[in-house]
Design a protein around this ligand. Structure first.
Ligand code: 13P
Length: 249
């Protein structure tokens, strides 16, 4: 990767954990945090555990974030969580448009961009997730799908783009054990980088996600346009997650 961009390794716990399990995981992360130098590390936890994450991680080098955000500021939106509520819990990061939310909850690329705007308005950094399905890839449409997903985000302009992060997560690599090869990932990251550069934001970080493990992290991070990782399953084990963060060269 380009050394001028601070590396970022982020865990997405998805719908995993409990107060007791999280205590073990957070304690393990804190115990090993010192061996990860020069890389930003954060975990995106389920909403009910934001208070627990804050209490454990405040003052440590590890940040915390949420996995979703409402596009609305306040009001009759049962079940939703606003940007201001996340800010109340000291959240720095929020995932926007994870493929599971696009697929299972019908989030559109326009809504995802609106979520990014809501996050930025409260001083949170959105992590906007994009990625193609296997059918898209097999049809030769990976880039056009990603371009469609990125378009409303790119339209937010250079200032907004400088304050957010893009995560490329090919849907076929998520939770499947089937990681994109470093070359496959780099090709898409270069495509995303070119789009960002055209919009005056060539230094926006682009993370890779999809079956990242300690064993494959270094070869992914060696690619010039991969600035870190968004990690699912392997983020649930402190040692494995820290090994991934430590693998950023
Ligand atoms: P896995 O690392 O479990 O494949 O999940 C990736 C992901 O979706 C992170 O957001």
């Amino acid at each position: 990767m380009d050394q001028s961009r601070t590396r970022l390794v982020m865990g997405n716990w998805k719908m995993h954990g409990s107060l007791a399990e999280n205590t073990v995981l957070l304690d393990g992360l804190l115990a090993g945090a010192a061996r990860v130098q020069g890389t930003q590390v954060a975990v995106c936890v389920p909403f009910p555990y934001l208070a627990q994450a804050r209490q454990a991680l405040v003052g440590s080098p590890i940040g915390w974030g949420a996995q979703d955000i409402s596009t609305h500021e306040r009001g009759a939106y049962t079940g939703e969580v606003s940007a201001a509520m996340l800010a109340d819990f000291g959240v720095s990061w929020v995932l926007c448009g994870h493929s599971e939310r696009r697929a299972l909850h019908g989030e559109t690329s326009r809504q995802v961009a609106e979520k990014a705007v809501a996050a930025l308005g409260a001083g949170l950094a959105p992590v906007v997730c994009v990625g193609e399905t296997l059918a898209d890839r097999d049809a030769g449409q990976a880039e056009s799908i990603i371009a469609e997903q990125l378009a409303p985000v790119l339209a937010l302009g250079a200032d907004a783009l400088a304050r957010l992060v893009i995560a490329y997560e090919p849907v076929w690599a998520i939770g499947t054990g089937r990681t994109a090869t470093p070359d496959q990932a780099q090709a898409v990251h270069a495509f995303i980088r070119a789009a960002l550069t055209r919009h005056g934001a060539g230094q926006t970080r682009v993370l890779y996600g999809g079956s990242v493990k300690a064993a494959n992290a270094a070869s992914l991070f060696a690619q010039p346009d991969i600035d870190g990782a968004l990690v699912g399953g392997a983020a649930l084990v402190a040692e494995e997650f820290l090994n991934i963060a430590a693998a950023v060269a």
